[in-house]
Design a protein around this ligand. Structure first.
Ligand code: NAD
Ligand code: TYD
Length: 353
């Protein structure tokens, strides 16, 4: 018996795997294609754990996934694998359709075949948990209520449209085939191992390197930030007790404008790594051209998971962002590996082309 964690070498997936192995006895198998966003170094601390296995592969490779499910006697799949960066989806949507839509479909087909052949008790307890995003719901006006699970899907970027399509496929596999699925739609995460193309790690590293802090548009777009281990605890809870076929919104009730986030980062860095007299990292802020179709505001109403499953986040933005900045300051070798591409060379060497 094991969990299959797809995309487990990425930001949230690797945090989930590390937390799982620290808390539970059950083994995990990570299936990851190791795109630019996947980094085996994230999992270095568990490489020698006998409960951990890593397999490089594509969720879109149905026969390969089917064999893996069989080999490890998988009792649940948690699907993190995706192309995840909105800006990349604007430059090149093809990979997003390929992995997030077609890949999820192939994964569902492999899982359906495997699950269908399980004996009754194993079939009953099997779970497929699909990790998704609040971005499927589109953008909110300043005064509109936060997204509930009933909010209409109105995705605006190729990324969010591809995630919305995958959510629909997961839902359809439950309604049509009875596959025991669960879906989570979470707000913006931050924390350790976050690839520095996303707002928070990019701003931390640019600040420390004396580079401009590029704020898109007027900087007043609002995101609802959740510390990554709180997302992981929500996923564990949904896996354990979620109602089959249900979707659960996950968020920290922590709406902030991008400018507020950057201001906070700069003030903590001013305290922890002060510049010479009187100067602040805030002086590095540059307003740049806005993202096309930039969603104005996301906000999650997490009442359902709070009420039904008793989940609550443990971190506030203040505690979470201090942990995050502390982690980046304490792990220059991780940053160096990612930024220099050294870890990609290592991947080619270790796993072949
Ligand atoms: P990430 O980009 O850091 O990691 C994605 C991982 O998936 C990488 O390790 C990559 O190598 C792997 N992958 C990509 N294509 C694959 C394929 N075809 N087969 C196997 N592996 C593949 O992303 P993340 O931020 O960790 O997000 C994980 C999931 O959570 C995604 O589905 C994303 O949509 C969702 N999500 C992210 C956030 C956030 O704020 N980052 C918020 C809510 C939901
Ligand atoms: P991002 O981390 O890419 O997450 P998402 O687009 O999925 O919410 O961006 C978070 C917010 O920060 C978003 O409103 C875009 C903005 N942003 C910037 O202003 N500058 C940047 O360099 C980046 C990467 C993002």
């Amino acid at each position: 018996m094991a969990l299959l964690i797809t995309g487990g070498a990425g930001f949230i997936g690797s945090n989930f795997v590390l937390e799982w192995l620290a808390r539970e006895q059950e083994p995990v198998v990570v299936l990851d294609k190791l795109t630019y966003a996947g980094n085996p170094e994230n999992l270095a601390s568990v490489h020698s754990d006998p409960r951990f296995a890593f397999v490089r592969g594509d969720i879109g490779d149905r026969p390969f996934v089917a064999a893996l499910l069989q080999k490890h006697g998988v009792r649940a799949v948690v699907n993190f694998a995706a192309e995840s960066h909105v800006d990349r989806s604007i430059h090149g949507p093809g990979e997003f359709i390929h992995t997030n839509v077609v890949g999820t479909f192939e994964l569902l087909e492999a899982v359906r075949g495997y699950w269908g052949a399980l004996e009754a008790a194993a079939k009953e307890s099997f779970r497929f948990l699909h990790v998704s995003t609040d971005e499927v719901y589109g953008s909110l006006g300043a005064e509109e209520p936060a997204f509930t699970e009933k909010h209409q899907f109105q995705p605006n970027s190729p990324y969010s449209a591809s995630k919305a399509a995958s959510d629909h496929l997961v839902r359809a596999y439950h309604h049509t085939y009875g596959l025991p699925v669960l879906t989570t739609n979470c707000s913006n995460n931050y924390g350790p191992f976050h690839f520095p193309e996303k707002l928070i790690p990019l701003m931390i590293l640019n600040a420390l390197n004396g580079k401009p802090l590029p704020v898109y548009g007027d900087g007043k777009n609002v995101r609802d930030w959740l510390y990554v281990t709180d997302h992981c605890s929500a996923i564990r809870r949904v896996l354990q007790a979620g109602r089959l076929g249900e979707t659960y919104n996950v968020g920290g009730r922590n709406e902030m404008t991008n400018l507020e986030v950057v201001q906070k980062l700069c003030s903590i860095l001013d305290e922890l790594r002060p510049l010479e007299a009187g100067r602040s990292y805030w002086e590095q802020v540059h307003f740049v051209k806005d993202r096309p179709g930039h969603d104005r505001r996301y906000a999650i109403d997490a009442s359902l998971i709070e009420r039904e499953l008793g989940w609550l986040p443990s971190e506030t933005f203040e505690t979470g962002i201090r942990k995050t900045i502390g982690w980046y300051l304490a792990h220059p070798e991780w940053v160096q590996g990612v930024v220099s591409g050294a870890y990609r060379e290592w991947v080619a060497k270790q796993y072949g082309a």
